[in-house]
Design a protein around this ligand. Structure first.
Ligand code: GLU
Length: 516
C-alpha cells in the first residue's frame, strides 16, 4: 500500500435496523435471469427477516427508456411470485417509486456537494469534450484532466455565477479525491478497497436536471431507508463512488450493508451470460417473452418456453447459493427459511440449460395434476387441442408428467389421448405384422368393456396371447402403436383405460386396416 494514501474504512454497522431491501431495475428492455435472481435474493432476505421488499424503477436515463419495460418487469416478478411490498403501482410510505417522479429531490444534493467542495459544475460542451478526447489519449474526466477543462474549479467565481445565471447548460461532477483508498465491507466479498486515482469524476446531475444513476441510487437508498443493497457484481466498481457520496452527503452512519452477488456466467464459464449467448446457444435468458417495441423483435422467455415459475425460482436460487447440503429442490417457503447470505458463493455461477430443464422436470414430477392443470390446459389450447373435462385431463397429466421436461411437452406426450393418431410408426410394426396377429387383435378388441382396470386388461391380453400362441411381448408394441401412433408413452393398458373401451376398440380396428 502506498504510504501517502489516506485510508477510509467504512464498515456498515449491522444494527437493529429494520430490513428494507430494493430491486432497482432500469426499464430498458427484457428482464435477464440475472436480474430476476437479484430480485429473488432481495425478496428472500426481506421475507426471512420480516423486512420490506421494494421495487424501485430507475428511469433517469431517458435515452435508454423503453416503453412497456416497467409493466413487463412487474409482470415477470408477479409470475415468479416475488411480490413487492412497495412499488410504483402499489405505492407506499417512501414513494414515489419511479425515479423520474423524484426529479425535484436530487438537485439539492448536487448543490450541497458543490458547496462542500466534493463536486463541481462542468460547462464543457460536447464539442469541447470531443476535442479533448482527440487531444488526450484515453481521456477520462478526472484528476488528471479536470484542471484543463471548463468547470467551476478552473473558472473564476464571477464567471461561474454568470454562466449559471444565464442558464448555460452544465452538469455537476463528483470531485474524486486524490490518493485515497475507499474501503468497505461487502457481506460476500469481505473487505474491498478501491484506489481513487483510478476513478473518474462521474456526472451526478445531467444538463437536463436529471440525476445520473450514481446520485439517484444513493439519494433514494437513503430516502427509502434501504438497509442492505443486494445487486449484481457488475455494480461493484460503482460502489466506491456510492460510498464516497454517502460520506460526502453526511450520511456515512446510515450507509446500507453491501452485498454484491456473483455473476451468472456463460455455460463454458467464460464471462458473463448475455442475451446474445442465449440466442447463439438456443436457450432463453429472459424471464418472459419480450418484444422490442421499436424493432418488433421477439425474444423468448422461460415462461413461454414451458417453465414452471417454481422451477425457474428454484434454479435461480441455486445459481450462487446452496444450503450447505446436497439438496437441490426448494419451494419458495423453504428458500425463505433456509436462505443465508453466508452461503452465497463468491465465484460466478455457470448457467447450464440442461440443468435448468432438469429442475423443471423435477418440479413437473413433484407437482400434483391439479397444480399442473392450468399450465397444461394453456399448452393444449395453444396447440388447438380440445381436452374435454378437467378430471379426464388431470388423469392424463398423472400418466405422462414423468415424461415431460417442459410444459409444452404435455402436448407432444399427450395429444393422442384426445385425438386418434392420424398416422402410425409403420416401421415399428409392419415387418413383423401377420394375419395371425390381426386375428389376435380382433379377438382382443371383442373382449373390451368399460370399467375394466389396467390390470384386468393386461391379464386378458396375456391369456388371449397364450391361446393364440404368442408371447405377450410380441404384441405389446403393435398395441401401443395402435393407440398412440408411435413407440412412446406410459403403460399401454393405462392408456387403454384412459381412452375407454369404445375408443380403444375403434383405434384397434382402424390400425389393423392400416397395418394389413
Ligand atoms: N438501476 C440499476 C440496474 O439497472 C440498479 C443497480 C443497483 O442495484 O444499484 O440494475
Amino acid at each position: 500500500m502506498k504510504a501517502n494514501y489516506k485510508i477510509y474504512i467504512f464498515a456498515a454497522v449491522i444494527m437493529e435496523k429494520k430490513v428494507r431491501v430494493r430491486f432497482a431495475p432500469s426499464p430498458t428492455g427484457g428482464l435477464h435471469l440475472g436480474g430476476v435472481r437479484t430480485a429473488l435474493f432481495n425478496y428472500l432476505f426481506a421475507k426471512k427477516h420480516n423486512g420490506t421488499f421494494v421495487l424501485r424503477i430507475e428511469d433517469t436515463d431517458q435515452t435508454r427508456f423503453v416503453d412497456g419495460a416497467e409493466e413487463y418487469i412487474a409482470s415477470c416478478l408477479e409470475w415468479c411470485g416475488l411480490k413487492p411490498d412497495e412499488s410504483p403501482s402499489l405505492g407506499g410510505p417512501f414513494g414515489p417509486y419511479r425515479q423520474s417522479e423524484r426529479k425535484a429531490t436530487y438537485r439539492q444534493y448536487a448543490e450541497q456537494l458543490v458547496a462542500s467542495g466534493h463536486a463541481y459544475y462542468a460547462f464543457d460542451t460536447s464539442e469541447e469534450l470531443e476535442a479533448k478526447r482527440k487531444e488526450i489519449p484515453n481521456f477520462t474526466y478526472g484528476l488528471a484532466t479536470r484542471a484543463v477543462m471548463r468547470n467551476s474549479l478552473t473558472l473564476d467565481a464571477a464567471e461561474v455565477s454568470a454562466l449559471l445565471a444565464s442558464n448555460t447548460p452544465h452538469v455537476v461532477r463528483i470531485k474524486i479525491p486524490e490518493n485515497e483508498l475507499v474501503s468497505f465491507t461487502d457481506l460476500i466479498r469481505g473487505h474491498v478497497s478501491f484506489d481513487t486515482n483510478l476513478i473518474d469524476d462521474k456526472v451526478l446531475l445531467k444538463a437536463d436536471g436529471m440525476p445520473t444513476y450514481h446520485l439517484a441510487v444513493v439519494a433514494d437508498d437513503r430516502a427509502m431507508e434501504i438497509s442492505h443493497v443486494f445487486r449484481g457484481e457488475e455494480w461493484l466498481p460503482s460502489a466506491p463512488i456510492h460510498v464516497l457520496l454517502w460520506r460526502y452527503l453526511g450520511w456515512g452512519d446510515e450507509m446500507p450493508v453491501w452485498v454484491h452477488l456473483p455473476l451468472i456466467l456463460k455455460p463454458d464459464g467464460n464471462g458473463k451470460l448475455s442475451k446474445r449467448d442465449g440466442d447463439r446457444l438456443g436457450f432463453p435468458v429472459y424471464a418472459q417473452n419480450w418484444t422490442d417495441p421499436k424493432t418488433g423483435d421477439l425474444t423468448k422467455g422461460f415462461k413461454e418456453l414451458g417453465f414452471m415459475p417454481e422451477a425457474f425460482v428454484n434454479l435461480l436460487a441455486m445459481l450462487g447459493w446452496n444450503d450447505g447440503t446436497d439438496q437441490e429442490l426448494f419451494a419458495m417457503a423453504e428458500l425463505i427459511d433456509k436462505f443465508s447470505v453466508e452461503r452465497i458463493s463468491k465465484a460466478g455461477a455457470k448457467f447450464d440449460f440442461e440443468k435448468a430443464k432438469w429442475y423443471n422436470h423435477e418440479w413437473i414430477k413433484k407437482s400434483k395434476a391439479q397444480e399442473l392443470l392450468p399450465f397444461v390446459k394453456e399448452a393444449f389450447a395453444a396447440a388447438d387441442t380440445e381436452t374435454g373435462e378437467d378430471v379426464q385431463l388431470a388423469k392424463v397429466i398423472d400418466l405422462i408428467k414423468d415424461r415431460c421436461n417442459l410444459l409444452g411437452d404435455f402436448v407432444a406426450q399427450g395429444a393422442y389421448f384426445f385425438n386418434a393418431p392420424g398416422n402410425y410408426d409403420l416401421d415399428a410394426v409392419k415387418p413383423k405384422w401377420t394375419a395371425e396377429k390381426a386375428a389376435f387383435f380382433e379377438a382382443y378388441a371383442s373382449e373390451l368393456e368399460d370399467g375394466q382396470s389396467a390390470a384386468v386388461l393386461e391379464e386378458k391380453f396375456k391369456i388371449l396371447a397364450a391361446a393364440h400362441n404368442f408371447k405377450p411381448g410380441e404384441l405389446m408394441l403393435p398395441l401401443r402403436v395402435m393407440l398412440v401412433g408411435g413407440k412412446f408413452g406410459p403403460g399401454v393398458f393405462d392408456i387403454a383405460v384412459s381412452l375407454g373401451a369404445a375408443e380403444t376398440i375403434e383405434r384397434i380396428h382402424k390400425a389393423i386396416a392400416a397395418f394389413n
